[in-house]
Design a protein around this ligand. Sequence first.
Ligand code: ZN
Length: 495
Amino acid sequence: MFKKNHFKGIASICVIGTILISLVAAQPNLGIAKSANEEIYKGKTPKYVFMFIGDGMSYAQISSAEMYLGEKSMPGKLTPEQLSFTKFPVHGSLMTQDSSSFIPDSASTATSLASGHKTLSGVINMDETKTHEYKPITEDLKAKGYKIGIITSVPITHATPAAYYAKVANRNDAYEIGKQLAASGFDYFGGGDFDQKTGPEGTDQPIYDIVEEAGYTIANTKEEIQALNNRSGKVVAIDPDDYETALDYEIDREPGELALADYVKKGIDVLNNNKGFFMMVEGGKIDWANHANDAAASIYDTVAFDDSVKVALDFYNAHPKDTLILVTADHECGGMTIGYSLTGYSTHFEKLQPVTMSYQEFDKISKLYKGTNPANPKLEDLSANIKEAYGLDLATLTPYEASLLNNAFAKFMSADTKPANDQESVLYGTYNPLSVTLSHIMNNRAGLSFTTYSHTGVPVPIYAVGTGSELFDGYYDNTKVYYKLASITQSSQAK
Ligand SMILES: [Zn+2]
């Protein structure tokens, strides 16, 4: 009896001891830091940091690109062809809500990634009262001797790139953002052009003059851009083939035109030095394609984004102990998903292969047609153009598809194409009713669909490889990306 109790007692002590030991031991693994914003990193600091942000890119955007590529190279095998970054050894997920909504915008989310704070939608590196400024990590890294590069496929003054060099209460103040770019002293800006080049009213000093007065060289021909190197000084490389101040959609890019990956390659040429560099690269048109519910354009731009990651990966392979690459997103866009009511459990990615242009290019064609003021407009008048752009033969339309497309055509040809009611808002958003309906038909035939023309509140992935990458696993708030990076690079962790 005594013995039995004695053993019970020892057993209890052992059990309690084991629980205590495992609790203590488990704490660091659970990432329970001393304070929510504190990250502890004792490893080596990388000299070269790449931060890739696929704007509007979550799992469906990534997986649809991988499935599309897999279907193309191995038809019928149901094997995704992985993008380079989904093979990275570390993978986490980020919560993206901001101070305005569970459905955030790029200004607030890029602020969270760049400076570690939540703020209102539309606000860049300022607090919710729009009075207190936050310092993006690039300022600390620059002070530590890193060169700084900022690249995007959309305007360089757009919200995501701006969060890495500017502080403004309103993301639409592009001229002010441009002036802050000039004052930043950062080393390389590449990709899309400035918005509001002569101010919001068109009456201010040209932004190129301000940028040049600040000591920057503006390179805006392919030859000038290709000639840039690490003796070029501070440079702004502006895409010579831009359309509305952004790079073309990848699906529309002509051979020989610079791609996002070319701006990353050039960025390495310009920034490479023995103190290191930080480069932020935004795939901004993934977001724009998803706003427009254009799955083919989203897939092409996601692949172009991956091509730009591959450039960094080559650099990493040459400097594996000194390089960190992060690939993440600011938020999801479009509510894209893989699955559609009428295709059930099947997908048909091969049906997107004949698509040859973005909705934006097709809009130019359809507007030319509308501009001729045809006396008796008919959808059939555009049948050859639709076949060329989407690979869609009007004779194959189901009665349901035909009714959607005929209604969209009538709306497109009407005097006012803005949505007149909720039904039209659901069907077309604020897009060209004809092209957005063609996109929907192609998406749905492929087994894809969208829920919105805006962003959504679903989480986004983060992938990491290289020195310090181990900190990025888990499921956490997007502000933590800043604190982890600040810890890894020993930059100040402003609270
Ligand atoms: Zn967006």
